[in-house]
Design a protein around this ligand. Structure first.
Ligand SMILES: *[C@@H]1O[C@H](CO)[C@@H](O)[C@H](O)[C@H]1NC(C)=O
Length: 339
């Protein structure tokens, strides 16, 4: 009698067969056994390339717009009473950036500062070839693919940052920006200067663009920090900076949120301080870039900003950007704000 032995062999055979089947299914479906539709996923590396192309396409429209009649309109007043202008270049850049992205990734959620100019249509923008190698950005080709759910991604675009300065011919402040947030956290930021022209990008936890400026930490800067504030309403925020950081604080003003973040990145300023409401399309790309170089952007209370597509587009109460010593500058502000 050998029943026990036969049974053991069969059990073993069954188990082996089952295991092989499991391996085949696992291998065929790729993602931990959960079958997934390909279009529900998006490759962050492709999105980075598309973001660079979109920002540069928008920049071309901004450049072109300069030689036409700007057709400056007011979107109303900002909270500080400054005029908030919009030009045909804002609309043209929006069309190019927004529909370049949407026509390349139809399921992508894109939040833009602008909308299509009423009575016009501009959906017909060429899709972006994400297989192309971007000139000056060959480093991207050495980065790994990273697939995420497209539903977790929100893209924020600013088709023309510093419109007011653009209408005044102060082109050095003008940028176009694209930002990729994953579950509300900014991870890829692109800031393009159409008039230089130059493009900087950062992919948080991975790499910045090879042209990203470097800056060295100087402990003594805390004694006499150089603070940059908004050119259109510098008054109150200068007082705030002086009382928080002391009488040796040097306050300068500049335009464009993208521009100011980059001046903190390159160490021209230690702090970018903004004390009133500001919109997330002005912030997101700079937030991702400053994080990539181990700096920080937070509210003036030190909180992270949520860039989910369904969140409020406005950050009230101000922001603080530093490349070094962020907590020090947050803490100093709290002392003043509590009085
Ligand atoms: C960096 O710093 C210099 C000032 O030293 C400035 O002229 C330059 O435009 C800055 N910006 C960037 C993005 O590097």
């Amino acid at each position: 009698m050998n029943f026990g032995g036969t049974l053991r062999v069969n059990k073993f055979a069954c188990f082996t067969l089952g295991f092989i089947l499991f391996l085949i299914i696992y291998w065929r479906t790729g993602n931990a056994g959960f079958p997934m539709e390909k279009t529900d996923l998006i490759n962050l590396k492709s999105l980075l390339k598309a973001a660079v192309v979109a920002a540069e396409r928008g920049g071309k429209k901004v450049m072109d717009g300069k030689s036409h009649e700007l057709n400056v309109k007011s979107k109303g007043k900002t909270l500080e009473g400054a005029n908030d202008p919009v030009t045909d270049a804002d609309y043209a850049s929006h069309c190019s950036m927004y529909y370049s992205l949407k026509n390349t990734f139809p399921k992508l959620t894109v939040v833009s500062e602008e909308h299509t100019k009423s009575g016009t249509s501009c959906e017909d923008q060429p899709a972006i070839d994400i297989e192309q190698t971007l000139p000056g950005n060959s480093i991207v080709e050495y980065m790994n693919d990273e697939l995420v759910y497209v539903k977790d991604v929100s893209v924020w675009i600013d088709p023309l940052d510093a419109t007011k300065e653009y209408t005044e011919g102060l082109y050095e402040y003008v940028t176009t920006m694209v930002c990729v947030a994953l579950k509300g956290v900014p991870i890829i930021g692109v800031i393009h200067y159409p008039f230089i022209p130059k493009t900087y990008w950062g992919w948080y936890t991975k790499k910045p663009s090879t042209n990203m400026p470097k800056a060295t930490h100087k402990e003594e800067n805390k004694e006499h920090p150089r603070v940059v504030v908004s050119r259109s309403h510098p008054g109150k925020v200068s007082e705030l900076a002086m009382s928080a950081y002391g009488p040796k604080t040097v306050v300068s003003s500049a335009a464009g949120a993208g521009y100011k973040v980059m001046e903190v990145v390159n160490g021209t300023y230690d702090v970018y301080l903004h004390a009133t409401a500001i919109k997330k399309w002005d912030l997101c790309a700079g937030d991702a870039i400053i994080k990539t170089v181990r700096g920080k952007m937070t509210t003036i209370k030190g909180e992270n900003i949520d860039y989910s597509a369904d969140s409020d587009v406005k950050v009230s109460g101000g922001i603080l950007v530093t490349r070094f010593d962020h907590q020090y500058y947050v803490d100093k502000l709290q002392v003043v704000l509590l009085i």
